[in-house]
Design a protein around this ligand. Structure first.
Ligand code: FES
Length: 168
């Protein structure tokens, strides 16, 4: 049986704030926000995170697991410090998306769903981010959208993130 985690006060408060948005009998509606809050603290959605959220929301563990494995913003495996998601859907593919994906793979020396040996970067394919006209587009750690990512801009971004990672 999977054990649960003791989440921080901040994370629990965040989850409670989201639960309060719904009627008490529908607190399960806060599952997506709760998973994000826990992932932000723990770094990924581990089996323990899923069990913990299920307990808090009084949901079957399998129901939380289904949500966590359906949406690609949840990391159900450990990822690097920076998760880079590049859109590989057709509109982006037709506008240099493939070039950017190839450049990322070659520069980082990894394929999709892999993490650099140093643990700094994880590369993933993403679905349409609603910014097809800005292709190639990338999302960093689920929050920071990067548009028109030429190879030069990708190199600059990677350098910035490496520097940020070292100084953190
Ligand atoms: S297809 Fe890439 S953002 Fe829409």
């Amino acid at each position: 049986m999977t054990t649960t985690l003791q989440l921080s006060e901040k994370t629990l408060a965040d989850i409670a704030r989201n639960i309060a948005k719904y009627p008490p009998e529908q607190k399960q509606s806060a599952v997506m926000a709760a998973l994000i809050a826990a992932q932000t603290e723990i770094g990924w959605v581990s089996p323990e995170v899923i069990e913990t959220i299920a307990n808090i929301l009084e949901m079957p563990t399998i129901a939380v697991d289904e949500v966590a494995t359906f949406y690609n913003m949840y990391d159900t495996k450990l990822v690097g410090k920076y998760k880079l998601v590049i859109c590989t859907n057709l509109p982006c593919q037709l506008t240099h998306g493939e070039t950017a994906a190839t450049h990322l793979k070659e520069t980082l020396g990894i394929g999709f769903n892999e993490t650099t040996p140093c643990g700094t970067f994880t590369l993933k394919e993403g679905e349409c981010m609603g910014a097809c006209g800005d292709s190639p587009v990338m999302l960093v750690n689920n929050k920071h959208m990067c548009s028109f990512m030429s190879n030069e801009k990708i190199d600059a971004l990677l350098n910035d993130l490496r520097a940020e990672g070292k100084s953190a």
